[in-house]
Design a protein around this ligand. Structure first.
Ligand code: NAD
Length: 703
């Protein structure tokens, strides 16, 4: 049966798309639209046409499974042109989310009405694209250049009321939408209203310098991305070229973006993000446990942020601390964080009050007895974790999930402190916990399937991107970071300076370099970690004690005004000659002759070392799939989205090239640091990538 149907109501023809779940504009839909439009046009009894969608939404856009494949005619452009050219007026009736191609179809209709809750939008930039079916040329004709720039470059949904104010929606209607659409079309017919094709309208002249100003305004936020800047180019075309030429320009830009590495990476991330929610070896219908109330132990940096995540999602949460002072401090920080949001205008006072009221401070572990899920965020020491989990075992109700926010410790060992290891897992948040999207859920050897499934589900409920990983020193993210960190220190003693290393990583697309990030996190954290594992370090790592020197000087990073950089009172960083001296002195003391190190070497050593570790992580099953690693690095460490994550990026670089470089660095730095993972070596030899290794990941299906 065709997903498009036609019905007649007096002199009005109603064309309806019914293609669940989101009325995607697949080939059958495009075909049906063209057919029913022709039928309505040919019917002399029809004076006006209404276009509606069944189900929960107007068309939410193109069928993304058709991306990158040859498009079977009619193309969406052809269909939209046909609607626009209809001699009988057409009204589109919008509900739900009219997105992408769906909204472009509506823009090609002559009139648009919407229910109050409807939203419109052109989200293509989020996939590294621009609208490809006339959106860049029709929207500015209705809304003006400035509003269209904003809408297309943001890609965010626009509520109906705002869309009406922009001139995109003609009327907001209450009640039954189809009935309203028929009534509207009848009015068009009885009033003999013209068809008003959008393409024939002229683009209102933007104010002088509007494009340049807009481009300057987005330069920082969209650094490295291609599509936002190409969207500006397309809109410039709309303002200066005749419609047909503007459409050609839009198509050329769209096709070029479709083939660009940036868009391929962004589409990969889009699919990967959806994929990671699934745990490969658990059935999709694995039961979950109900989480109506939560508990957090420790109200420090992490505990406070984690409590906020639950309160933000409307889940009551009890926070337990060991001293009144720490509890007061933790609650004060939570209040201050919310108050900052209120002051910025991103949170209403009453919402802040509601959220704060959901967080119950306590000094008594017994207050956790009703919690369905308890997350521990106390000091990073096994003995303390054991003590806390012992207490939790005593007070938590049967079936409660007990999670640790540990950064490095063995979740299985933590579980040993309880008589219910099946209920224990890791839930590793990232700092600041109320902001960072990543949640590494860590499965212990004995964690029960429903505990794992619940942790993933809760992660989504509190607006995180949960990735399931296995027990390992530093899990996925911190384990790879530790390798990068080590290599960064080696680079310093061989001849680089912190700001040179950082600039290379920043230019690659990270929000900040390795040393600036360490300064932000606090150097004492890494120092403590280093001291705790000093006897396990290899000789060169042990002797590379630059971090110790800084910390002994009280330079803990931003919080003390100095670390690898010096900071002014506004926390602006500047290179510090003292650090340069200290590093040069260190090289001399270690008998290392400093040399000029190229940016290329810095990039290869800092990133290939992570790719190699990622391969080991895959081999060991600590991450089940390469896209688990990519998502960890994108949402936890700011790996540039337009490069797709370290494993996707490695495939783009080519594994043989990475193998060759590893060989070079093995000779230079030492085999103990630069031995290729067998998986990497094998894939490179077979001419494959991480994503084409038989376990076909989302990249191969989308790109
Ligand atoms: P923190 O020092 O800021 O906070 C720890 C809090 O735990 C303190 O307020 C302390 O009073 C409280 N506490 C200690 N023992 C307790 C007990 N027995 N009962 C109740 N409360 C107790 O530390 P943090 O940075 O929030 O780190 C907490 C955990 O989160 C650690 O395991 C750490 O490795 C992990 N983690 C930290 C980060 C980060 O960037 N800071 C990121 C991810 C994970």
């Amino acid at each position: 049966m065709s997903p498009v149907s036609l019905s007649k109501h007096g002199n009005v023809a109603v064309i309806t798309i019914d293609n669940p779940p989101v009325n995607a504009l697949s080939h059958a839909v495009r075909d049906g639209l063209q057919r029913e439009l022709a039928a309505a046009s040919a019917d002399a009894g029809v004076k006006a046409i209404a276009l509606t969608c069944a189900g929960r939404t107007f068309s939410a856009g193109a069928d993304i499974t058709e991306f990158g494949k040859p498009i079977a005619p009619p193309s969406l452009r052809d269909v939209i042109d046909a609607f626009e050219a209809s001699p009988k007026p057409v009204v589109a009736a919008l509900h739900g989310t009219a997105f992408g191609g769906g909204f472009e179809l509506a823009l090609g209709c002559h009139y648009r009405i919407a229910v109050p809750g409807a939203k419109v939008g052109l989200p293509e930039v989020k996939l590294g694209l621009i609208p490809g079916a006339g959106g860049t040329q029709r929207l500015p004709r209705l809304a003006g250049v400035e509003a269209a720039l904003q809408a297309i470059v943001d890609g965010n949904p626009i509520p109906a009321a705002k869309a009406k104010a922009m001139g995109v929606i003609d009327e907001i209607v209450e009640g039954d939408l189809t009935a309203a659409a028929i009534a509207y079309a009848q009015r068009l017919a009885s009033e003999n209203r013209p068809t008003r094709p959008t393409s024939t309208l002229s683009v209102p002249a933007p104010k002088q310098g509007a494009f340049e100003e807009f481009e300057r305004g987005i330069a920082r936020k969209h650094r490295g991305f291609l599509a936002p800047f190409k969207a500006i180019e397309a809109l410039r075309g709309a303002a200066t070229l005749p419609f047909a030429q503007g459409m050609e320009l839009e198509r050329d830009i769209f096709m070029a973006l479709m083939a660009s590495p940036e868009s391929k990476a962004q589409r990969h991330v889009f699919f990967a993000e959806r994929e990671v929610a699934k745990i490969p070896d658990l059935p999709a219908d694995t039961p979950t446990r109900e989480v109506a109330t939560a508990g957090v132990v420790g109200a420090g940096t992490m505990g406070g942020g984690i409590a906020m995540c639950f309160a933000n999602a409307g889940i009551p949460v009890t926070v337990v601390e060991s001293t009144q002072e720490a509890l007061d401090r933790g609650m004060a920080t939570i209040r201050k964080n919310y108050a900052n949001s209120v002051a910025r205008g991103s949170l209403r006072q009453e919402d802040m009050d509601r959220r704060v009221a959901l967080i119950k401070p306590s000094l008594d572990y017994a207050a956790l007895s009703a919690a369905d899920l308890i997350i521990e965020a106390v000091f990073e020491e096994m003995a303390i974790k054991h003590e806390v989990f012992g207490k939790l075992d005593a007070v938590a109700k049967p079936g409660a999930i007990l999670a640790s926010n540990t950064s490095y410790l063995d979740v299985d060992q933590i579980a040993d402190a309880t008589k219910r290891p099946r209920d224990v897992l890791g839930m590793h948040f990232f700092s600041p916990a109320n902001v960072m999207k990543l949640l590494e859920n860590v499965r212990g050897a004995r964690s029960a399937p429903d505990v794992l499934a619940t942790a993933q589900k809760v992660g989504k409920r509190i607006a995180k991107v949960p990735v399931m990983v296995g027990v390992s020193d530093g899990f996925v993210g911190n384990r790879m970071l530790a390798r990068r960190m080590r290599e960064c220190f080696f680079l310093l003693e061989e001849g680089a300076l912190p700001w040179q290393v950082d600039k290379v990583l920043y230019d690659f697309g990270f929000p900040m370099g390795n040393f600036a990030m360490s300064d932000l996190a606090g150097l004492d954290v890494g120092w403590r970690n280093r001291k705790s594992r000093l006897d396990r370090l290899r000789p060169r790592e042990r002797d590379c004690d630059i971090l110790d020197r800084l910390c002994e000087m009280g330079r803990y990073g931003q919080k003390t005004g100095a670390g690898f950089y010096r900071y002014d009172e506004k926390r602006n960083a500047s290179p510090d000659p003292l650090i340069e001296e200290l590093i040069v002195e260190h090289s001399k003391r270690r008998g290392i002759e400093r040399r000029a190190i190229s940016d290329e070497e810095i990039l290869e050593r800092t990133l290939y070392v992570m790719v190699n570790e990622g391969a080991k992580i895959l081999e060991e099953g600590v991450a089940a799939r390469p896209h688990d690693i990519d998502i960890v690095w994108i949402y936890g460490y700011g790996f540039p989205v337009y490069r797709g994550g370290p494993m996707f990026w490695a495939d783009q670089v080519g594994l043989p090239k990475i193998m060759e470089a590893i060989g070079r660095y093995r000779d230079r730095v030492g085999a103990e640091y630069w031995t290729p993972a067998p998986l990497l070596a094998r894939l490179a030899a077979e001419g494959k990538g991480f994503y084409a290794s038989g376990k076909r990941g989302p990249a191969s299906s989308s790109a």
